[in-house]
Design a protein. Sequence first.
Length: 208
Amino acid sequence: MLRCTFGSVDWLWSGDDEFRFDRSSRTLTSVTLRVPESATLPHRVARSWLGTEATPASLQALTPENFSVPPTGERWVSEEADWLVCALSTATSQAVENCRRLRIASSLDLVFQEGVYSGWILRDPAAHLVSGFDAPSGRPATGALKRAFKKYISFFTQDTYDLMADEDPATLNGLEELERAILRLPEDTGSRALREQVTDQREKWYGR
């Protein structure tokens, strides 16, 4: 894969997001994006981006050179968990004008402000939850899974990780409550992915 493509890659733990382009055609072939831990993306920015009409598009590199793309630093999830919006921290301080929203996949849009890459939007994020090498079901997420995902992503923020690092008992109670709520979901790829993540975090930080 890497030998046949060029672009940005998470090289030696750089933490970069990955945008890989075909060496022959220079067209975008794959994207790997990280969801930030900070849930501080201003509502006005997220809603402005969502209010911008999406244009189906692809990306083509001007030159066959490697580059780096830092991961987004702030995130926002809509109340019904229909949208996940992630932005570079530098983008949130700018006026949300001259914004372009390019749909590079059926559920994924890239956002550019003043011609500069600023972040991305994922539609129905809970539908894309997978565990290990599982493949997404391809179906829209159920309301129950969306609500569980909303609770999950609202719980796991940078502040929560700081509290878990101190083995805060109240945070453990919240973690166990979240785990019980997820266990009540019907068994499928999405609920299994959430359950495994919550269990892993509990065992990692609290050893039980």
